[in-house]
Design a protein around this ligand. Structure first.
Ligand code: ZN
Length: 445
């Protein structure tokens, strides 16, 4: 008799093994503790329907009319910024950032703000099928506490730049003690991975970048950064340094360390050759790039070069949501639109970016990215019996081009059910909305 904690009978099983997006029918998925311990045809585990089953489980989910796939990986975001959602839309990028977001961050961002915003963002992300999320912001140790309590998986990077940070008021630069605490506390944590997040080339001097590099090297962290997001950013770098942002980071030696660059909208052929040479991962954020008018990144050229491209929403103040189903849809359509070519990006590639490539960018493919025996049990169950997903010709196409995220019924992270029949098990939504309303009243925004 084989014992499991959780067993699913999966009607449409998209394992993403090897990064391939294809569906198998009627699969037995068994989990024990935090790991996947069985993936095989249902018939093999239940050969004789009259005999007693040779397995038992604490919890069984009948997913015969549903899709089961790896949890989506949102590879670039700023979780606390959900509290700024919809606050200053439809403005030029520099006005949005300099006139609204940065002054507000100076005035209202504190530990309570980041905890409330993070909890709201995790609720939204989990309900729409994201199991792992990237964050770069301030008070990252407080953010980590919320992620840990909720049970989600995250890569968390304390933001570093040259200016006064909301969590280091009255001083220039950052309080590196927050990073020290993060690294110490979450070393070997099963769900939380710290990294270091220099904000962007334009907000970090060469000295700051060198400090980031030596810290990352000493503590064995990877580096996450916004790079070449807008045309003015690249033009200013060429003017000031005689180099593009990527060329400058390469010449400083930063790209010898593992780096994950968000955006990469404006890249020259030389930039792309450097990304390839250094095996730097890029995160595509198509909705944010389109909404802020930054442009459409040359994603298919990066993929053709063998560069790992993951997918992220960016912060909910600039997207304005954390819905990875929408992001997959827009990612494929943006490439098709920009190239006037319906074959530019397939649904399978978009799904790979949101699963396998997210794990690859974060150096986690040995544990995540696909549903295979020995990997961690991070997966989602999607209801297919809704009008927008019927009839079912092609599951991958439905998931990318027709699903909205609201069809996600069950979300499992590290073997634990966090969303059960569409209900969050670790977040009390009414209580959260009340706490946010009270905070806004007190902070006056
Ligand atoms: Zn960002």
């Amino acid at each position: 008799m084989q014992d499991f904690d959780l067993v699913l009978r999966c009607g449409h099983f998209v394992s993403m093994a090897g990064g391939e997006a294809s569906a198998q029918n009627d699969v037995f998925l068994g989990c024990t503790g935090s790991k996947i311990t069985a993936v095989l045809p249902w018939s093999k585990m239940n050969a004789d329907s009259h005999a007693k089953p040779q397995w038992r489980t604490h919890r069984f989910i009948d997913a015969r009319k549903k899709a089961v796939l790896p949890g989506l990986v949102n590879a670039h975001s700023h979780l606390p910024m959900s509290l700024f959602r919809g606050l200053a839309d439809d403005l030029p990028f520099s006005d949005w950032l300099n006139k609204y977001i940065l002054p507000l961050e100076g005035r209202v961002v504190n530990a309570e703000f980041v905890k409330l915003g993070t909890e709201l963002s995790l609720l939204e992300a989990l309900l729409s099928g994201t199991t792992q999320i990237y964050d770069m912001y301030f008070f990252e140790d407080e953010i980590a506490e919320v992620v840990d309590r909720v049970g989600a998986r995250a890569v968390l990077g304390e933001n570093v730049f040259d200016y006064e940070a909301p969590d280091n008021k009255g001083r220039t630069g950052n309080d590196w003690k927050i990073l020290d605490r993060m690294v110490e506390r979450y070393k070997g944590h099963p769900r939380i991975t710290p990294f270091i997040a220099p904000h962007a080339p334009y907000s970090c001097s060469d000295d700051t970048i060198r400090k980031v590099m030596s810290y990352a090297e000493a503590k064995k962290l990877w580096i996450g950064m916004h790079v070449s997001e807008t045309r003015p950013e690249v033009e200013a770098s060429l003017k000031q340094y005689g180099k593009s942002p990527v060329e400058r980071l390469y010449e400083l030696g930063m790209m010898k360390l593992h780096c994950v660059f968000a955006h990469g909208v404006h890249l020259s052929d030389h930039d792309i050759s450097l990304l390839k040479k250094c095996d730097t991962a890029v995160v595509n954020n198509p909705e944010c790039n389109m909404k802020l008018g930054s442009g459409i990144a040359p994603i298919t050229r990066l993929i053709a070069q063998g560069i790992t491209v993951a997918l992220g929403t960016d912060g909910p103040a600039s997207n304005n949501d954390l819905n990875m189903f929408k992001e997959m849809d827009v990612a494929a359509k943006a490439q098709k639109y920009a190239q006037s070519d319906n074959t530019a990006m397939t649904a399978a590639t978009a799904l790979k970016m949101a699963t396998w490539n997210g794990a690859k960018a974060f150096q986690q493919l040995n544990e995540l990215g696909s549903l295979e025996v020995g990997k961690r049990a991070d997966f989602i169950v999607v209801d297919l019996e809704v009008p927008n997903l019927q009839p079912l010709h092609d599951v991958v196409s439905q998931l990318v081009y027709a699903a909205s995220g609201s069809e996600v019924e069950t979300v499992v992270v590290d073997g634990k059910i966090l969303i059960d029949e569409r209900q969050p098990r670790t977040i009390d939504r009414e209580d959260l909305y009340d706490r946010i309303a009270h905070f806004r009243k007190r902070a006056g925004f």
